[in-house]
Design a protein around this ligand. Structure first.
Ligand SMILES: NC(=O)c1ccc[n+]([C@@H]2O[C@H](COP(=O)([O-])OP(=O)(O)OC[C@H]3O[C@@H](n4cnc5c(N)ncnc54)[C@H](O)[C@@H]3O)[C@@H](O)[C@H]2O)c1
Length: 347
């Protein structure tokens, strides 16, 4: 599906944000501070969260996307930043209204849902951008650039992306309806397909699931998935949710690439400043806001590019096809966890 569409009328790009949690707040703040955009409203069913965001940014809030769409508010685009399992309904409603859409990864947690979202884009004429935010990480784009220009043959890729147990037990109220594979693996699988230009053709996955279950969160603790890629290379992804909270960073992210001529290692979490006090050593991540109070980081950069795309810029952003590929592959990972077999990934 092409991301091109005629340039919109003059005037600010009018954006609604659906889901006012951790991610929705970044997208709302970024829109609020963008000189070419207008943040029209945030939809958030949690009243306290909605009020806090509405008051901070001086905007209207609604309980749901349906209320926003029937309010008569003029919109060009929406961002869907609802929990992993709750992407389809707001996405289909917004696309059926003809709006452009930035949707958080994963596009959906089943191929059927992803296909219904894509069908709504075809019906309404809106474009879909999927929030694979690592495309905006300069470390990955440097490797991507070198791989494209060197043209060496890929041998293997390997990634570790894991969170401390804080994420599924305290940060996310909906972890039991997701998994480390749905929440973390889209990031690394998108990177692997982007860096290699290849797609996954089959997968064998193993998992462990007793730590979180014992804590009342019924999902996988750790998922390790081995993919065969269409270029003959191999890809191993390891994602987990039960690392101890005493670690220096809430997440750990390492990505390795090996070609027939060279090798790359990206230690994403090691890019923070190491910070020691008398009590502990930690990593001071980059500030989420710059000195002028504007959001900074990969998610804010992605949001600014989405606004520019809606305003008429010609940008190559990850779209529905890529979102569908990742959803299909991760469905196959979950199938393999259940069957104990190698599962094909349809293209
Ligand atoms: N938190 C992260 O580090 C991170 C990073 C990248 C991508 N994501 C993705 O972003 C999405 C949102 O994650 P989050 O961390 O912001 O979660 P969150 O729980 O902080 O926020 C989700 C919000 O959506 C609201 N909500 C639920 N159903 C809704 C609906 N139908 N309409 C409107 N709002 C609804 C919830 O009340 C909640 O406030 C997920 O798909 C996640 O995988 C999260």
């Amino acid at each position: 599906m092409t991301l091109r569409k005629g340039a919109k009328d003059m005037g600010p790009t009018r954006v609604g944000v659906i889901g006012g949690g951790i991610r929705g707040r970044i997208f709302a703040e970024t829109t609020h501070h963008h000189s070419g955009a207008e943040l029209v409203a945030v939809c958030e069913p949690n009243r306290d969260r909605a009020t806090a965001l509405g008051d901070a940014l001086g905007i209207q809030t609604f309980d749901s996307v349906d209320e926003l769409l029937s309010s008569g508010a003029e919109l060009d685009a929406v961002v869907v930043a609802t929990p992993d399992f709750a992407h389809e309904q707001p996405a289909v409603a917004a696309l059926d209204a003809g709006l452009d859409l930035l949707i958080e990864k994963p596009l959906a947690t089943s191929e059927e849902e992803a296909q219904r979202i894509i069908a709504a884009a075809v019906r309404g004429g809106g474009r879909i951008v999927v929030g694979f935010e690592n495309r905006w990480n300069p470390l990955f784009s440097a490797v991507h650039h070198r791989l494209r220009s060197d043209n060496h043959r890929m041998v293997s890729q390997r990634a570790l992306l894991q969170d401390t147990i804080f994420v599924p037990t305290e940060m996310l109220s909906w972890a039991a309806k997701s998994s480390p594979a749905w929440f973390l693996m889209p990031h690394v699988l998108d990177m692997a397909t982007w860096l290699s230009g290849a797609r996954p053709v089959d997968v064998f996955a193993r998992g462990v699931n007793h730590v979180l279950r014992d804590r009342g969160v019924d999902t996988w603790d750790r998922v390790s998935a081995s993919f065969a890629m269409s270029d003959g290379s191999i890809l191993d992804l390891d994602c987990g949710w039960v690392q101890p909270t005493g670690k220096t960073s809430v997440f750990e992210f390492r990505f390795e690439v090996e070609t027939d001529a060279d090798a790359y290692v990206i230690d994403v979490d090691a890019t923070g400043a190491r910070h020691a006090t008398a009590a502990r050593t930690g990593t001071l991540g980059a500030l989420e806001h710059d000195n002028r109070g504007r959001p900074q980081g990969v998610a804010a950069d992605m949001m600014r590019d989405f606004i520019d795309l809606v305003s008429g810029a010609d940008l190559d952003l990850p779209g529905a096809e890529q979102g569908l590929l990742i959803t299909r592959a991760l469905e196959a990972v979950h199938r393999s966890l259940e069957t104990g077999s190698v599962e094909p990934i349809t293209s």
